[in-house]
Design a protein around this ligand. Structure first.
Ligand code: ATP
Ligand code: MG
Length: 247
């Protein structure tokens, strides 16, 4: 393990890179995942590496959706597993959501390695290995999900999802909560709730809101989901990235 001094001005960014690298070494993150991380970091740099107000509001709306769901599923890919495995397990516990491994470049080895990694971080049941369900409109490998997991879910959290699959899930009528640092990404654009923030910050933020809303009534939760304005949140994130936050 490398030692990164916490005083380093780019501590969080270096730690993130290290986790992704370790994920590749462990066989849970794909080489493509390294490129995706690089794209994300560029946007995070422009956002000031902080959770902007509209991202916090989106995280709160996402928490309310997860608490209102009949069946919520957190979709986990190789980057999410490398960066926030324990944090995803905590979010699942705080909201009663299931956890499902769901890969763009699916191989049985990587599916197994990620499921095992999540179990090491406290996950009890990890879905995704049965792959007995399909997302309509996608080619065979990309379409695979668990019938009793994402296939059955009414609310799905998809961090860093590929644009095509995000669109196909939305077309199935699912409430889609997306974490993506690029507000122009098709994933963010098709989301019911786009959370434009680093997954490292976003997942603990959703969990904190879920805990705070634990005893809220359905009316109160519905008030939060109904008043969330996705267009305004996407526009605010784009403004921040384009330099609006400097004025
Ligand atoms: P499109 O959605 O426009 O079709 P894509 O989804 O194919 O593009 P990728 O590079 O595969 O593009 O997707 C990676 C996405 O994940 C990027 O939009 C990037 O901003 C985002 N991303 C990468 N790392 C993180 C992170 N740590 N936190 C949040 N988002 C991230
Ligand atoms: Mg995308």
């Amino acid at each position: 393990d490398i030692e990164i001094p916490e005083s380093h001005p780019r501590y969080e960014s270096l730690l993130t890179r290290h986790r992704i690298e370790a994920g590749v070494e462990k066989g849970i993150t794909s080489q493509q995942g390294l490129i995706a991380q690089g794209r994300g970091e560029a946007y995070d740099y422009l956002l000031g590496e902080e959770t902007i107000d509209t991202a916090d509001e989106a995280a709160r709306a996402a928490a309310a959706h997860l608490l209102l769901a009949d069946h919520a599923v957190l979709s986990v890919n190789g980057n999410a597993a490398a960066l926030v495995p324990g944090e995803l397990v905590e979010l699942a516990e705080a909201t009663g959501a299931d956890v499902e491994v769901n890969l763009f470049n699916r191989t049985e080895e990587r599916m197994e390695a990620i499921a095992e990694h999540l179990r090491e971080h406290g996950a009890e049941d990890v879905l995704g290995l049965e792959a007995d369900g399909r997302i309509p409109g996608l080619d065979h490998e990309r379409a695979k999900v668990d019938a009793d997991g994402i296939g059955d879910a009414d609310v799905v959290l998809v961090p860093l999802e590929d644009g095509d699959r995000a669109e196909a899930l939305a077309a199935m009528g699912k409430t889609e909560l997306v974490i993506d640092l690029n507000p122009l990404s098709r994933s963010a654009q098709t989301a019911t709730v786009p959370i434009v923030d680093n997954i490292i910050r976003a997942v603990p933020t959703i969990t904190a809101h879920a805990r705070e809303l634990q005893d809220a009534s359905r009316d109160e939760l519905e008030g939060i989901t109904d008043s969330f304005d996705r267009e305004a949140a996407l526009a605010a994130a784009e403004d921040a990235i384009r330099g609006g936050r400097l004025d």
